[in-house]
Design a binder for this molecule. Sequence first.
Ligand code: PLP
Length: 451
Amino acid sequence: MKKLQEKDLKYVWHPCSQMKDYEKFPPIVIEKGKGVFLEDIEGKKYLDAVSSWWVNLFGHSNQRISDALYNQANSLEHVIFANFTHKPAIELCERIVSLTPDRLQKVFFGDNGSSAIEIALKLSFQYHQQIGKTKKTRFVNISDAYHGETIGALSMGDVDLYSKVYKPILLDSEKVDGPDCFRCKYNKERNTCNAECFINMEEKIKQIHQEVSAIIIEPLVQCAAGMKIYSPKYLVKLRELCDKYDINMIADEIAVGFGRTGKMFACEHADISPDIMCLSKGLTAGYMPLSLVLMSNKIYDAFYDEYDTMKAFLHSHSYSGNPLGCSIAVETLNIFEDEDVINKNKIKSEYLRNKVESVLKEIPNVGEYRQIGMIGAIELVKDKNTKEPIDYEKRVGYNIYQKALKKGVLLRALGNIVYFMPPYVITEEEIDFMVDVAKDSIIEYFNENKL
Ligand SMILES: *Cc1c(COP(=O)(O)O)cnc(C)c1O
């Protein structure tokens, strides 16, 4: 292991990391994976409780997906997608249109989540230019949003940690205070919540709607902000507002799509249809980078004209519509159907909830446990009564993550939030193991450290 780690650190720059941390905590060299487990080159196993950054749905080295990839690679690995097409892309788009909310009728390809966001922003902007609403040039997002790391996507985010240094070169987006249910200022009784916080959006949009091209939102769960779950009523109100003022509603379902929240797409909880939807992550069950941007015919039609009107959408990526990615995505949809995944996940989700709730009393400093579908999050706080957060500099989550790894669970926290987002193939026994390791690691941390 050591030799490979040294070589890695000689050449490789890892994502979302301070590389100096790796001096004390070098990268683990993974050799293989099977189901929910990863295995390093020394044979130590790790339960992948974060689905390898929220992408894996059906386990590592899934036989069906691997076969789909192998078969496709043996017939067509890639072809230019301008003026050419292929069966996997056609089948994928036909099926995804039938699965997603009804306004979404056309599909454009990107090759990762951030590029899908860039496509969505460009589409919305150009759409308004071409229908004569040329003043609609701005985008609105909500607090704690996360939409990716490229310049446009980063501009739509509100996680300072990732974006602060780039402020001078980011697009000017208009941020509105969004839902903050754990520390809600509007309604202390969560079960009577009527998304009162939406008033912020309503008031802002009333003032600036003539300049607004789109409002972008992560439906139901703001994952990167710490698995912040909010009411579907917020989305219902947002849909109405966007319709009222001719604003495109962009739903970023990159993390929450494909069953994560208990329904195939998070927008279904609110029974609404966005004008544009971005999909990636689970789309290929964690096998290949691929993304889709779905849009309404209304938007598509504004680009459809004679070439010399220059209305076409001239966006492209070298790997647009990659057949390997498409065939895997089709197989992912097959698995959802054949194996009744959404219904089976309901049982697993309940099991996870009961398991966490049964150990919660033993864990110190829990502000709240929140869960929806196959996403569960324990928010650790300095003081349960005041909900005062733990200082970021303490790196509590990072320390707990290291402890859990030693015990065989990959549990990469977000700040002070320890969360579970396992592959759907996890068994009850594996859920027990995952939650017990989380509990033990948190207890150990607080026994060793005073806040
Ligand atoms: C991960 C993520 C993105 C960015 O996707 P990448 O493939 O990492 O570029 C965008 N939005 C949300 C909600 C995400 O979780």
